[in-house]
Design a protein around this ligand. Structure first.
Ligand code: TTP
Ligand code: MG
Length: 348
């Protein structure tokens, strides 16, 4: 029997949490992140999206596009708290959950008491809305690729089912960048060869995929035919990789602290290389002389793993943090790991 897979993704997550916590923000263009002139937008409410604001946009552009936008600082701890409540509701539906990020997961209903994806999706939406006042979008299909594609279909607050009998028609008109696993570079190369839509790619034979898309070629070949054998990985995997140290003596000297970040970034990069991971949330942690713990995080629009990138974001976080008292411990970690390698088209 075919599996039932759900892909669930909260709508405008950080911005929606802000609107729930502060009634006066509802219905307004809320932009989270980008408070400082040099910052970037983390996300924004659908009201702000009408003005053309989007994630990872530099703040000054967002301000030009949406002068009435309400810019708010990122409150990572609060979003984390809400995320935990949402995942608790997911666990009422099935134990087979693969978290993808703070607001996104795959659910496999194989061991669920819910017999249809629609029932499960309605249950989740009702519970999340009643308890947290938030909406989410859910895609339902028989594999991960199609479920993820479906959750994006009617965003926000959507439910979309993709059945086998809808294929290949539903995929044909899509631009190839919608195919999970085809990275930006791969799409550019294919575009240069006159391939824009899934329908164009579908016409190519298996050899083409192997030749131009390397070791992921066959997966892409299958994917556009609606085949995706990836299991929902109930990960007991580490959710973050990090390093921390109690300082030799307490300090708030930025240059000294940066020395530690160099060491941490090197170590983190080594582990990421070994485990073939990259991440997009970097967290700086410190403990004051009074033993108070603080964390500051930054979620990027792209995944990183190199020493240079990790160190650079660590330094940014450090520089943006007003550390008045001397600190006794510092740490750096990376999380929000990428689900799998994106296809990097080989040079040809
Ligand atoms: P997304 O699910 O990609 O975006 P979203 O929930 O805000 O909006 P959508 O309705 O389109 O799903 O990301 C989840 C959260 O992760 C988002 O609320 C903020 C954070 N984030 C960043 O900080 N930077 C980014 O570039 C992106 C894409 C997300
Ligand atoms: Mg989301």
């Amino acid at each position: 029997m075919k599996k039932i897979i759900l892909h669930v993704d909260m709508d405008a997550f950080f911005a929606s949490v802000e609107q729930v916590d502060n009634k006066s923000l509802r219905g307004k263009p809320v932009i989270v992140g980008g408070v400082s002139e040099r910052g970037v937008v983390s996300t924004c409410s659908y009201e702000a999206r009408k003005y053309g604001v989007s994630s990872a946009m530099p703040a000054f552009i967002a301000r030009q596009k949406c002068p009435t936008g309400i810019f708010l600082p990122v409150r990572h701890n609060r979003y984390k708290e809400v995320s935990e409540k949402i995942f608790k509701i997911f666990r009422e539906v099935t134990p087979l959950i693969e978290p993808l990020s703070i607001d996104e997961a795959y659910l496999d209903l194989s061991e669920s008491t819910f017999k249809t994806g629609e029932e499960a999706a309605k249950y989740i939406k009702t519970r999340v809305y009643r308890e947290l006042g938030l909406t989410l979008s859910i895609g339902i299909s028989y594999n991960k690729f199609l479920a993820k594609l479906a959750s994006d279909w009617n965003k926000p607050n959507g439910i979309k089912i993709i059945d086998e009998n809808m294929l290949p028609d539903i995929l044909f008109p899509l631009p190839i960048r919608r195919i999970h696993g085809l990275g930006k570079k791969a799409c550019e190369k294919l575009n240069n060869m006159g391939i824009f839509k899934v329908e164009d790619l579908y016409k190519m034979d298996k050899e083409f995929f192997i030749k131009y898309l390397g070791k992921y070629g066959i997966e892409i070949y299958e994917r556009i035919r609606g085949i995706d054998k990836r299991e929902v990985k109930v990960s007991r995997d580490r959710k973050s990789v990090g390093k921390e140290k109690t300082l030799k003596s307490n300090t708030n000297n930025i240059d000294e602290l940066k020395e530690y970040l160099i060491e941490f970034a090197k170590k983190i990069n080594e582990i990421l290389d070994k485990t073939d991971k990259s991440g997009r949330t970097i967290t700086l942690k410190y403990k004051t002389g009074e033993f108070q713990n603080h964390t500051r995080s930054k979620t990027l629009s792209k995944y990183i793993k190199s020493f240079e990138d990790i160190y650079e974001v660590g330094c940014e976080l450090l520089e943006e943090t007003p550390i008045e008292e001397e600190i006794r411990l510092i740490g750096l970690s990376i999380s929000s790991f990428r689900e799998e390698k994106e296809v990097q088209l080989k040079l040809f």
